[in-house]
Write a protein that binds this ligand. Structure first.
Ligand code: ZN
Length: 304
């Protein structure tokens, strides 16, 4: 017992206690045994008397002392706790929970609509497009290859385990890169606009998807939406989702005529049969989402 960080032990007991309390309140299922053979392992340690500190490229942790790490961002505010996790690929990660006061961003008086898609990651109603980085495709191809090799290995053999790690490492790589991209895009949008109109993508439909690259995109969209939502709460902005059945791509953003032919996803550009406006599919959809957000917030918003 002396080998390990005592606060981490206390924290584990706390977590078990919480789980049982919730179980008896019928809020969750019986806590399950976590095997030490599971490749994913983690522990949380609390901040007490400066036992957790970040100094340049090192992090000070109880019992471990100074550990060299790759700092992804500066820690701001008061450190509350740190969670050390070993991932499926065998890499170690540390998440630091810190408390700080958030300053709302300045109001810009503008609103924007966002259409997400497979071709471009996102198109904004002001004409900005965010493309999916090309290396995502390369990584996807690598993942598919690695998976194919894995399927030929004998389940549980050492070569299988090695290959499994390789697959996990590739998945991690794509997840980290995409989270980084989403963080940058969402911060930029929340900074620049007060009202942000988005579509309400249905999660049930998404989960059925077996296609790898589509699957990855959809996970990103869900993550992107949640980032926009919590950041807009932090920074005093508003995210408005259109109703599930709102036909953002089918409506003409000029005369609101509903053109059903646009349902065909291959139709990238079209001309409205009534007002003859020519539309670029994603841009038109994002303008509709912006207008819908403005309609839904009419009267409640500080800006028009
Ligand atoms: Zn029209």
């Amino acid at each position: 017992m002396k080998e390990v960080d005592s606060i981490a032990l206390q924290k584990s007991v706390e977590i078990v206690h919480d789980s049982y309390t919730r179980f008896y309140k019928k809020q969750n299922r019986l806590p399950r045994f976590k095997s030490k053979k599971n490749p994913v392992q983690s522990y949380t340690t609390k901040f007490v008397n400066g036992n957790i500190q970040v100094k340049d490229q090192y992090i000070k942790l109880p019992k471990l002392g100074l550990v060299r790490f790759a700092k992804s961002r500066e820690v701001e505010g008061r450190i509350m706790n740190a969670t050390i996790r070993r991932s499926l690929s065998g890499k170690f990660f540390v998440s630091i929970l810190a408390e700080s006061a958030v300053q709302p961003y300045k109001k810009t008086g503008t609103s924007v609509g966002i259409d997400v898609g497979l071709k471009d990651f996102a198109t904004l109603s002001d004409g900005t497009t965010y493309k999916n980085p090309r290396f995502f495709r390369t990584l996807e191809k690598k993942i598919m290859n690695a998976r194919r090799i894995l399927s030929r290995r004998q389940l549980g053999s050492s070569n299988w385990t090695k290959q499994k790690k390789k697959v996990a490492r590739l998945h991690e790589k794509i997840a980290t890169a995409s989270k980084d991209m989403l963080d940058k895009i969402s911060t930029e949008i929340v900074k620049n606009h007060d009202i942000i109109g988005i579509e309400d993508l249905s999660v049930e439909k998404m989960l059925k998807n077996k296609n790898l690259s589509k699957g990855i995109s959809e996970v990103s969209w869900a993550q992107f939406r949640s980032m926009l939502e919590y950041k807009s709460v932090w920074y005093g902005k508003q995210v408005i989702a259109a109703a599930k059945n709102f036909p953002s791509s089918q409506l003409c953003s000029v005369c609101i005529y509903k053109y059903k032919d646009v349902k065909d996803l291959a139709l990238r550009e079209w001309t409205c049969p009534t007002c003859k406006s020519s539309h670029q599919r994603d841009l038109n959809a994002s303008i509709n989402l912006r207008n819908e957000a403005l309609r839904l917030t009419a009267g409640t918003a500080e800006i028009a």
